[in-house]
Design a protein around this ligand. Structure first.
Ligand SMILES: Cc1cc2nc3c(=O)[nH]c(=O)nc-3n(C[C@H](O)[C@H](O)[C@H](O)COP(=O)(O)O)c2cc1C
Length: 377
């Protein structure tokens, strides 16, 4: 019964849990330090991790970003991750719903997420190439209704499509159509990359069209060029479209992508993701200007190797580490990290400067401007 799209989702999942699929290039988060405050002047218990996010509220600033659904064998993954999102009060995205748009029998592999998480912030998911090739308002509405979603992520993945055996590298004249369709569907649009990172120019363009939510999914974590090359190699002995160094080094590293996104859209909601693997990295992503941190691969690996309890432990430890990081800056709330002194040095500093952003001004002023938007709201 399964279509090509559906089988591909299963192959991807198997590939990412068993192979080395993270980019050799780093997130550049190692060039960020949050300055320690030896006298926080408050108690750890007072820290409040709740944040508003794209029209909803999260108990902690963490998102399990979209991965799966679309094949009967993976429905339980959406169920377990969604039920953890419900329990911990965090957000969760499902993977691309294209397979279920093509074959209604697969809808249950996504619906199961809402059944397991009646109150959690759930994010629907479709790809820009599908909208380019013919999807419109009807499909966007179907994807949202399928999981009674609080928002819909549209993924922009040109690097992946370019190297996928059966890829759809079609991105022309699509942006206005996407924005209009989602606007009419009535839920926030989250413009999302998948591991090669949003850029300043992209965020500015979409913000000017009214988009207010972004998931940077930067370089340094799961790398889809790598995944597609490995998948092709496994099938044909050698990749049909060899990627050379693009498989490790093409893209905007996560730390840079967060700064670029915030520089381009002070009032946006930004997810800092791509290679975020612990609470310190999550706190750094937030301190750089993200509203919440996101992760995908660690949740999938932990679930498939250790079951739901192991993912729960992982997520709880990340949330606790974020809480302690906020405490150790002397701030009471998550967005206090935007006010906390941070140090940015080395390659990250140089790359930010080279992109025309004054890093010292960004640290001292831009983050505070972003804070004002959220505080006056
Ligand atoms: C198994 C797997 C499947 C994914 N499928 C999707 C998808 O269908 N749609 C999407 O927008 N992103 C997808 N992603 C990308 C993630 O949401 C995320 O942006 C990316 O993996 C970077 O985060 P990470 O380094 O924490 O994995 C997938 C990631 C993984 C690991």
């Amino acid at each position: 019964m399964t279509s090509e799209t559906s089988s591909r989702k299963l192959e991807h999942l198997k590939m990412v849990v068993t192979s080395k699929v993270e980019a050799a290039e780093s997130t550049l988060l190692e060039y960020v330090r949050i300055v320690h405050n030896p006298l926080p002047d408050l108690d750890l218990d007072e820290i409040d991790l709740e944040v508003d996010f794209c029209g909803g509220k999260l108990k902690a600033p963490l998102i399990i970003t979209g991965m799966t659904g679309g094949h009967p064998d993976v429905a339980w993954i959406n169920r377990d991750l969604a039920s953890l999102a419900e329990e911990l009060g965090i957000a969760m995205g499902v993977g691309s719903q294209r397979a279920a748009i093509e074959d209604r029998r697969l809808e249950e592999t996504f619906r199961i997420a809402r059944k397991a998480a009646p109150n959690a912030f759930l994010i629907a998911n479709l790809g820009a190439p599908q909208l380019s090739k013919g999807y419109g308002l009807e499909e966007v509405v179907r994807a949202i209704e399928m999981i009674d979603a609080d928002a819909i992520a549209i993924h922009f993945n040109p690097a992946q499509e370019a190297f996928q055996d059966e890829g759809d590298p079609y991105f022309s004249h699509v942006i206005t159509k996407i924005v209009e369709a989602v606007e009419r569907a009535g839920k926030p649009l989250i413009a999302k990359e998948v591991g090669t990172g949003l850029s300043r120019e992209f965020v500015a363009q979409l913000r000017s069209l009214g988009v207010r939510c972004f998931d940077v999914a930067g370089l340094g974590g799961t790398n889809w060029v790598k995944v597609e090359v490995l998948r092709s190699k496994a099938k044909h002995g050698a990749p049909l479209k060899p990627a050379g160094p693009l498989a490790d080094y093409w893209g905007n590293p996560t730390a840079l992508a967060i700064i670029e996104a915030r520089e381009a859209a002070r009032d946006a909601y930004i997810v800092g993701s791509g290679g975020v693997r612990n609470g310190l990295e999550a706190a750094k992503a937030i301190a750089l200007g993200a509203d919440a941190a996101g992760l995908a691969l660690p949740a999938a690996r932990s679930l498939l190797s250790g079951g739901k309890e192991s993912v729960k432990k992982l997520l709880e430890s990340i949330i606790y580490q974020i809480k302690v990081a906020v405490f150790l800056t002397g701030e009471k709330r998550v967005r206090g990290l935007w006010r906390a002194p941070i140090v940015v040095w080395g390659r990250l500093r140089e790359e930010v400067q080279n992109r025309g952003i004054d890093i010292d001004y960004y640290i001292r002023v831009t983050r505070l401007e972003a804070l004002m938007y959220k505080e006056v709201k």
